[in-house]
Design a protein around this ligand. Structure first.
Ligand SMILES: [Fe+2]
Ligand SMILES: [Fe+2]
Length: 242
């Protein structure tokens, strides 16, 4: 299904509930009644084309977002990506930590095994946080600087030096490492965790990890297939000009 602006947002979410966290990153709150996507965007001064592209990218992995997203200003894309980071760091990860903690506290046997799971999760969280911090402190500001340089027609020596020393491809590899760690975490629970009296709690933790994984994969896909090529293109323009 292609999501279009004259569709009622409630119908779209009935059709694909995975989009609920996405609309919340755009500041859309529940209680939108019978309103269409276009009406909601107009009322909240949101770019409806951009919202639709992000929704379609999430909804259908075959949706070819590249040519759509490349036409939006980098700033718009980066502020969406930052909202997503906030959601991971301030909501998703703390909630999963809380659930794993509960598992450790409620079990009388196998406490050590659950503690090991927690330690592994803490390591994963550290790695993801480090990746996000690097994006926000190094990668995104660099991309925004490139955009300014191209728009203004002037490149500072410092930026030119950065263009020639920094490699955006290293950044793609980092995504794979973070993804592997999350896969291992799910495997520990699926394959190696000792039996617990609270199976439902384990199911909830697994479910949360699968949701996080899907979300992170889409997020990294936008970064790898939209942001990285955009950077490479801007770097080429600046190099040519120099
Ligand atoms: Fe990111
Ligand atoms: Fe990333």
């Amino acid at each position: 299904m292609l999501i279009e602006k004259d569709m009622k947002l409630a119908d779209v979410l009935h059709h694909d509930h995975n989009l609920i966290p996405v609309i919340s990153r755009f500041g859309i709150k529940l209680g939108f009644g019978e309103n269409t996507i276009e009406e909601i965007c107009a009322a909240q001064q949101l770019d409806s084309d951009f919202l639709l592209t992000i929704l379609n990218t999430f909804h259908d992995p075959l949706f070819f977002a590249d040519r759509h997203l490349k036409s939006f200003p980098v700033g718009l894309l980066i502020s969406y990506l930052k909202e997503t980071h906030k959601n991971y760091l301030n909501e998703r990860l703390p909630y999963i930590a809380l659930l794993i903690n509960r598992l450790t506290e409620t079990s009388s046997d196998h406490k050590t095994a659950y503690q090991l799971l927690m330690n592994f999760f803490v390591e994963y969280k550290k790695e993801l946080t480090k990746h996000i911090e690097r994006e926000e402190k190094v990668v995104y500001p660099y991309v925004l600087q490139l955009e300014v340089a191209i728009a203004s027609g002037t490149t500072s020596d410092a930026l030119l030096q950065q263009v020639n020393t920094y490699s955006i491809t290293d950044y793609e590899e980092e995504h794979e490492n973070v993804e592997e760690k999350l896969f291992d975490l799910k495997n520990i629970i699926l394959k190696y965790l000792p039996p617990t009296t609270d199976q439902n709690l384990c199911f909830t933790i697994l479910h949360e990890l699968f949701i996080l994984e899907k979300d992170l994969n889409e997020h990294a896909r936008i970064e790898d297939t939209i942001l990285v090529p955009k950077v490479e293109e801007m770097e080429r323009i600046i190099n040519k000009r120099a």
